[in-house]
Design a protein around this ligand. Sequence first.
Ligand SMILES: [Zn+2]
Length: 417
Amino acid sequence: MSPVVPPLIIDSAGLGRRLAELAAISEAPAPVVTRVLFSEADLRGREYVRRAAREAGLTVREDAVGNIFARWEGSDPSLPAVGSGSHTDAIPNAGLYDGVVGVLGAFEALAALRRAGFKPRRSLEIVMFTAEEPTRFGLGCLGSRLMAGSISVAQARALRDREGRSLDELRAAAGYSGPLESVRLPSGYYHAFVELHIEQGPLLEAAGVPIGIVEHIAGPSSYRVSVVGEGGHAGAVLMPVRHDAGLAAAEIALAVERAAKTSGSPDTVGTTGVFRIEPGAVNSVPYRAYLEIDLRDTRLDSRECALTEIRRAIAEIGPRRGVAIEMTEINADPPAAGDARTIAVAEAVCAELGLACQRMVSRAYHDSLFMARVSPTTMIFIPCRNGWSHRPEEYASPEHIAAGAAVLAGTMARLAI
Ligand SMILES: [Zn+2]
């Protein structure tokens, strides 16, 4: 049986050069990559992305929040398109592969298909999503949330950065106008969506497998907890009369760990990543504590079960220690499941290319978490050294990047026929 997709040659050297060129557009000196939404570096990065898309023969349009769409029109443009894409914004002190491989790699995937003489029936479209990283507004995946209708326009308008500037103010300064309502995709816009990304974990490298196919994306949730007790002199306030906010907070952090471990799902993870006590002096009983908790899972029921357990522990710790505890939700997104048919296509392409692959869970969130709400979706993962990400040492080999681009090309082509 002849392959559905013609043999492809990924221009690995050209792709590597473009990755390096985009990495050089940064707010910090190389090898550090910092490109925060609507910063000067982000704006220059966007210019680079538009140019790279045009060089790949794609037609560029942008929406009101700055999502960039690069399209190869199919022979039947009335059909829903096959989508791909990722982000090029980078948190402070990041590396050059997170997100960017899924944008520039996707351009190369389509360029390789074009060089091979492929003619898509469905249109192929690459998206560079606005603000996947939460650096500016404290909320990740802004562009894909708006596209999927997972955040209301009113909620988006209410966002403020640390300097108090609104999304409307910042997007206008960046040259983006038009109603935010127009960002939402019409229903059925994508026939399927496939995001290429570095794994940001160690599993593929450890297994020696070049490709991961994502069947679940964990749903993140986060909470802030404020504990108010009673302070005093560390020598003068005797133990039986203490209301130590720090110790109550420590019990809460341990309860988070216990709840995650006993939720019934191996994918539940709970982290107390922010833990501050006041006044923070060696000879003073902590009178106040502030925690931020991150709770994730691939299943909503076990995540809810862990959350219930944390709330139950808090309800018990407060009165027992005589402290006031308040817990508020910062954000809670449901997990997403990969689409079985799209996963099967990606696996078939790996087999055709002679590349080993394994199914995996994405424990970080991605724009695909929101695209999965409006389109059959999966992700293609490639290994990254030591699982490192969000740091300048982040590294993926040219061979793995080329393999990922080839699998993406083959998957998009099969879905577009
Ligand atoms: Zn990313």
